[in-house]
Design a protein around this ligand. Structure first.
Ligand code: SF4
Length: 257
């Protein structure tokens, strides 16, 4: 692919994710960079104080667990129980080509839950979320706020890989999202980090763009929710390193606040 076409692809992806007017194309060399450095900036900015938190955003409060429902998902009380329901699931067409379901993994007592879009090829092969380059980036992002990957819970909106890593369709998300909602209900985290358009729009029940949703403290069932870029998008666009760092600092403040 020519450099011009590669840049155009980056530009269109930025437009899709940002939904904003001003987009800066990265230099050609950066666009091809396989693994941008996501370490905190050399001159590390001060931590966000609770008094400096961004304004409140959206609040989404879908119905919580129904104790009297016959739905097995409503009866499970552990993350393992959710994973056991996900494993044989055929609620949507994404079951047809999957190798493994990818329910999520992490600490049962996680204070931070990171939510992405869906499993990729490596995740489908291993049954684990965020492995490969995007996973390495996520580990760096977490390390920047002093968290080991094992201390958080990492999962996706859909638990089976969409073909060719396409964006999950509306009906697929609708079929799968009860698993995610139940996981969050069981975990009861202190903060949710929604990474990318699909996670942000699903957890906030909105069509607003990622660009419009960043920089605010939203709420999912009362839990503070911060929106940032998906690590896979950062792999393509190192220019988003600083905004991502800004988002993560806000989440860090909320975790410790
Ligand atoms: S994506 Fe979700 S709803 Fe669809 S088959 Fe997989 S686990 Fe079931």
């Amino acid at each position: 692919m020519s450099d011009g076409r590669a840049l155009a692809r980056v530009y269109l992806e930025q437009q899709r994710l940002l939904g904003t007017d001003a987009v800066t194309l990265p230099p050609a060399g950066l666009a091809a960079s396989p693994l941008p450095d996501l370490a905190p900036p050399a001159s590390r900015p001060p931590a966000v104080k609770t008094t400096d938190l961004p304004p409140a955003g959206l609040a989404y409060d879908p119905p919580a667990r129904d104790l009297f429902s016959a739905d097995p998902l409503q009866q499970v009380t552990t993350l393992r129980g959710v994973a056991e329901l996900v494993a044989p699931c055929t609620r949507c067409r994404l079951c047809e080509a999957r190798t493994h379901t990818v329910p999520g993994e992490g600490a049962e007592d996680a204070r931070l839950v990171c939510v992405g879009e869906g499993p990729g090829r490596t995740e489908d092969q291993t049954g684990r979320p965020f492995v490969g380059q995007a996973g390495e980036l996520l580990t760096k992002i977490l390390a920047a706020i002093g968290l080991a990957r094992e201390q958080v819970y990492i999962c996706n909106v859909v638990k089976c890989r969409p073909p060719q890593n396409r964006t999950p369709l509306y009906d697929e998300i609708a079929a799968c999202v009860p698993y995610l909602f139940r996981q969050i209900e069981i975990l009861a985290p202190r903060v949710i980090l929604a990474m990318g358009n699909t996670a942000a729009q699903t957890l906030l029940d909105t069509k607003q763009s990622l660009g419009a949703l960043r920089g605010k403290v939203h709420r999912f069932r009362g839990i503070p929710l911060i929106v940032t870029y998906h690590p896979a998008a950062l792999l393509r666009n190192p220019n988003w390193k600083k905004p991502t760092w800004d988002d993560v600092r806000i989440a860090h403040c909320l975790l410790d606040g």
